[in-house]
Design a protein around this ligand. Structure first.
Ligand SMILES: [Zn+2]
Length: 200
């Protein structure tokens, strides 16, 4: 906290600095940018945050983010229901959709296994995924969980849990840089990793 800086400004800076990937300097720049606009613009910004929080829920089927109980993807009749792409978080759906390569459905795990941090299968949507594969018409499961050690062991765990099913388990081809976030993968890389997917 800077002694000469107004408390309300410092409060705004602190809120920004709590966001992922935002350091103290960026937080300050964003706060100054925001307060230099007129009141109406700031109101729009604040309202957008509140409205998003109020309207957005998790889809009951895939756990993606939506404004309806069942998201448009799960509700669509034009998607291939036999192929399920498993991602870590809802934001990871975006690169698949913008690459246009995938016509199946998604399933959001809500994280990856990390026993040291206390994240076990029951803390994620893994039980729901296993149940869905057992009870649904899923023929292929693409485990698109990234390449961190935690993501790799999560994919292996799911693979073993489904060893008794006929559903094929595949993962994206190498080519996605190690440790990189799926969310920021470009479309070409995604398209290639998708087309050249391999068995887990
Ligand atoms: Zn859904």
């Amino acid at each position: 906290m800077l002694g000469f800086s107004p408390p309300s400004l410092e409060k705004l800076v602190r809120e920004f600095s709590l966001l992922p990937g935002i350091g103290k300097k960026t937080a300050r720049r964003l706060a100054f940018h925001l307060i230099s606009g007129d009141r109406e613009k700031m109101g729009d910004f604040a309202n957008a945050i509140l409205e998003a929080k109020e309207k957005l829920v998790h889809c009951k089927i895939c756990y993606g983010i939506t404004e309806t109980e069942i998201c448009p993807l799960c509700a669509s009749r034009n998607r291939d229901r036999t192929i399920l792409c498993v991602v870590e978080k809802a934001a990871d759906i975006l690169p698949f959709e913008s690459s246009g390569a995938f016509k199946g459905l998604y399933f959001v795990l809500g994280g990856v296994l990390s026993p040291l941090d206390g994240i076990r299968p029951e803390n994620l949507h893994i039980p729901q995924l296993i149940e869905r594969v057992h009870s649904d018409e899923v023929q292929e499961l693409i485990l698109a969980l990234g390449s961190s050690p935690e993501a790799e062991s999560t994919a292996l765990y799911i693979d073993r849990k489904l060893a008794d099913t006929s559903a094929r388990r595949t993962k994206l081809a190498r080519g996605i840089p190690v440790g990189s976030d799926l969310e920021f993968i470009d479309e070409i890389t995604m398209l290639r990793a998708f087309e050249e997917r391999v068995r887990v």
